[in-house]
Design a protein around this ligand. Structure first.
Ligand code: NAP
Length: 335
C-alpha cells in the first residue's frame, strides 16, 4: 500500500522576516514500509521558534534546513501500516521527521506516546519538549526554589505558560509578561500568576519594580532584548537567569543588553541551555507533570491551525510581537 503525501519544504533562505516565498509544498510518493519500518499518518505538528534559526545557513547547535528538502519538526501521528511488531497499527508515536502528512520510517526512530494518559497533542506541549524546557530551565539551570520570585517573559506562549504553572506548583511567586490584554488576562485568570503585565503598555522595568519591589530571584528569559535588560536591573544580588530563548532577535539580530556589567556587581549567574542536552530528565519531569495534568493542576492549552498549508503562516506569526498563539502553536492534520 504505497500512497501520496504532501510536505513543506524550504524554498529559499529568508533575510530578516520570513515570507511565504521561503516555503514550498510538494507531493511525494510514500513507499510501503519494509521490514522493521512503519508508515505513520501525522495528526499534530509542532510549530517552534527555533525553526527560524534553521532556515539560515550556517552552523548552530542543530544543522540548517536544506533548500528543497522538508522542514524538520516534531509531530505526533498514528501508525497506519506496520512491519515491526513493537509498533502495531494504531500506536501513537512522536517523531522528529518533518513537516509532512505521511511518512515511512524505521520503528526505532519513533517514540511511543501513551494516549491513555493525555491527549496526543499534549505530547507536543506541556508533556513534551515544551514542558521539559520550562522544567529544566527553572529547576536545573536557574535552581529555582520554593518561596522565590521568578519572572517569565513570553509567559502566555508554550514554554512560558508551562514555566509559569510549574513555578507556581513549586511554591514560587510568578511575574509574567505578554503582549496583549487577552494574553495578560490568560496569565492572571487561568495561569494564576501573581503579577501579569503587557510589555508593550509601559516600560517592563516599571512593571518589575511594582511586581517585585525586593527584586527578582530568577529570570526565565524567552525573549532577550528589552525584557532581558529590564530583568538585569530588577534582579537581586546573586540572582540567576536561565537563557532559554531570544525571540526578539531571531528575525533581526539586535544588540545585547546595554547593562550587562550589572551582572558583575550583582554577582548574577546567566546560563544558556538547550533542552536536547537534558532529555534524560524526561522521565523525572513526566513523573511530576502527568499526575499534575491529570489532577488539573497543570493545564495544556494549544492554539490550533488546520492543515499543512497553515504551517508556514503559523511559524511566521509566532516570530512577531503580538503573535496569535496562546499556549502551544500546533497544526492539526487529522483525528
Ligand atoms: N533552549 C531551548 O532548548 C528551547 C526549547 C524550546 C523553546 N526555546 C525558546 O523558548 C522561547 C519560547 O518558545 P515557544 O516554543 O514557547 O514559543 P511561544 O512562546 O509559544 O511563541 C513565541 C512568543 O514569543 C513572543 N514574541 C514574538 N516576538 C517577540 C518579540 N520581538 N519580543 C517579545 N516577545 C516576542 C510572542 O508572544 P507575545 O504575543 O506575548 O509577544 C509569541 O507568542 C523561544 O525563544 C524559543 O526559541 C528554547
Amino acid at each position: 500500500m504505497s500512497m501520496q503525501s504532501r510536505e513543506v519544504r524550504l524554498a529559499s533562505r529568508p533575510r530578516g522576516v520570513p515570507t511565504a516565498e521561503n516555503f514550498s509544498f510538494a507531493t511525494v510518493e510514500v513507499p510501503e514500509p519494509g521490514p522493521g519500518e512503519v508508515m505513520v499518518r501525522n495528526l499534530w505538528m509542532s510549530v517552534d521558534p527555533y525553526m527560524r534559526g534553521r532556515m539560515n545557513e550556517g552552523k548552530s547547535y542543530v544543522p540548517p534546513f536544506q533548500i528543497g528538502k522538508p522542514l524538520e519538526g516534531t509531530a505526533v501521528g498514528r501508525v497506519i501500516a506496520s512491519q515491526d511488531a513493537s509498533l502495531p497499527v494504531g500506536t501513537h508515536v512522536l517523531s522528529f521527521l518533518g513537516w509532512r502528512e505521511t511518512f515511512v520510517a524505521p520503528a526505532m526512530r519513533l517514540q511511543v506516546v501513551d494516549v491513555r494518559q493525555a491527549p496526543p497533542v499534549a505530547y507536543l506541549g506541556v508533556l513534551g519538549i515544551t514542558g521539559l524546557t520550562a522544567w529544566v530551565g527553572l529547576f536545573k539551570i536557574a535552581g529555582l526554589k520554593a518561596g522565590e520570585t521568578v519572572f517569565v517573559s513570553a509567559g502566555a506562549g508554550a514554554v512560558g505558560s508551562a514555566a509559569c504553572q510549574l513555578a507556581r506548583l513549586h511554591g514560587c511567586r510568578v511575574v509574567a509578561s505578554a503582549s496583549s490584554a487577552e494574553k495578560v488576562a490568560y496569565l492572571r485568570d487561568e495561569l494564576k500568576v501573581d503579577y501579569g503585565f503587557s510589555y508593550l503598555d509601559e516600560e517592563p522595568l516599571e512593571h518589575l519594580k511594582k511586581a517585585a519591589p525586593d527584586g527578582l530571584d530568577v529570570y526565565f528569559d524567552n525573549t532577550g532584548g528589552p525584557q532581558l535588560e529590564a530583568a538585569l536591573y530588577a534582579l537581586r544580588d546573586f540572582g540567576r537567569v536561565a537563557l532559554c530563548g531570544a525571540i526578539a532577535n531571531y528575525n533581526t539580530p539586535g544588540p545585547g543588553p546595554r547593562n550587562l556589567t550589572l551582572a558583575i556587581g550583582k554577582r548574577l549567574r546567566l546560563e544558556g541551555f538547550i533542552v536536547s542536552d537534558h532529555l534524560k530528565e524526561l522521565p523525572v519531569f513526566l513523573a511530576e507533570a502527568v499526575p499534575a495534568l491529570q489532577a488539573g493542576k497543570l493545564t495544556s492549552r494549544e492554539t490550533v491551525v488546520e492543515g499543512l498549508d497553515a504551517a508556514p503562516p503559523a511559524l511566521m506569526d509566532l516570530l512577531h510581537t503580538g503573535a496569535g498563539n496562546i499556549g502551544k502553536m500546533v497544526v492539526k492534520l487529522g483525528e
